[in-house]
Ligand binder design. Structure first.
Ligand code: NAP
Length: 248
């Protein structure tokens, strides 16, 4: 898949943050793009308008990826508009941080549904089209927090560690259909998820990063695109993008 011309990519949660940067990067390399959003309709529509202005075929589709039916509808909308799917970036995610003693059942379930179950729903729905087209690429957005844990993030770290396990099983099951599946484990990247932290927390985090800074969404987007276009022999892997904060 060294060229994305005539390929179709879906990026879940691409109205903002990492997903937005990834959608732009894939589009810049020739892909048609499905921009998925849940709440940020204006931002998603604005991105689609920007991509179309650059001559890219793009649509925005509202779907809450925590819901199985909405994931199916998202994939169906992409197939209907563009005829099939080649690339699925399972990026959408939320955090609802609280210590285990204080976390509510709803906060636990929301994060597990949005960050982990969504990946099963979207992958299962997308595989038939990828198989029909002779292969595909699936990139799942995990996190450094799934590898090392973090105070107040038991729901998030469980979901992200679950993504790594899911990725390894999916890679084994789907290799015969020439579908590769990888997990990305970003460290702390400058999106609202991180810029919303207090200055004190941000300073403490940066002090733990050997490269001495947070990553940028564009840096994650370039690695994602590289795995899609050049990663035909990479599957079942977890790729760290963390400035050296955690080495495995
Ligand atoms: P962000 O800036 O908060 O953006 C989150 C994106 O996910 C938005 O586009 C949002 O869309 C979408 N989203 C949230 N809930 C959704 C739902 N139920 N259905 C569909 N879309 C939904 O976060 P980010 O930093 O870009 O994070 C993106 C992914 O990278 C997440 O999985 C996150 O866990 C992971 N990650 C981030 C970092 C980091 O440091 N930033 C590090 C490691 C991993 P709407 O606004 O339209 O709802």
């Amino acid at each position: 898949m060294s060229c994305l011309k005539d390929k179709v990519s879906i990026v879940t949660g691409s109205s903002r943050g990492l997903g937005r940067a990834i959608a732009k990067e894939l589009a810049a390399h020739g892909s048609k793009v499905v921009v998925n959003y849940n709440q940020s309709k204006d931002a998603a529509d604005e991105l689609v308008a920007e991509l179309k202005g650059d001559g890219v075929e793009a649509i925005s589709v509202k779907a809450n990826v925590a819901e199985e039916d909405e994931c199916k509808a998202l994939i169906e909308a992409a197939v209907k508009e563009f005829g099939g799917i080649d690339v699925l970036i399972n990026n959408a995610g939320v955090n609802r941080d609280r210590t285990i003693r204080r976390m509510t059942g709803d906060e636990w379930r929301e994060v597990i549904a949005t960050d982990l179950s969504s990946i099963f729903y979207c992958t299962q729905a997308a595989v038939p089209s990828m198989t029909e087209r002779g292969g595909g690429r699936i990139v799942n957005m995990a996190s450094i927090v799934g590898q090392m844990g973090n105070l107040g993030q038991s729901n998030y770290s469980a979901a992200k560690a679950g993504i790594v396990g899911f990725t390894k099983s999916a890679a084994q099951e789907l290799a015969r259909f020439k579908i590769s599946v990888v997990a990305l484990c970003p460290g702390f990247i400058e999106t609202e998820m991180v810029t919303n932290l207090t200055d004190e927390v941000k300073e403490a985090l940066v002090a733990k990063i050997p490269l001495g800074r947070f990553g940028t969404p564009e840096e994650v987007a370039r690695i994602t695109r590289f795995l899609v276009t050049e990663g035909e022999y990479v599957t079942g892997a977890q790729i760290n993008i963390n400035g050296g904060m955690y080495m495995q």
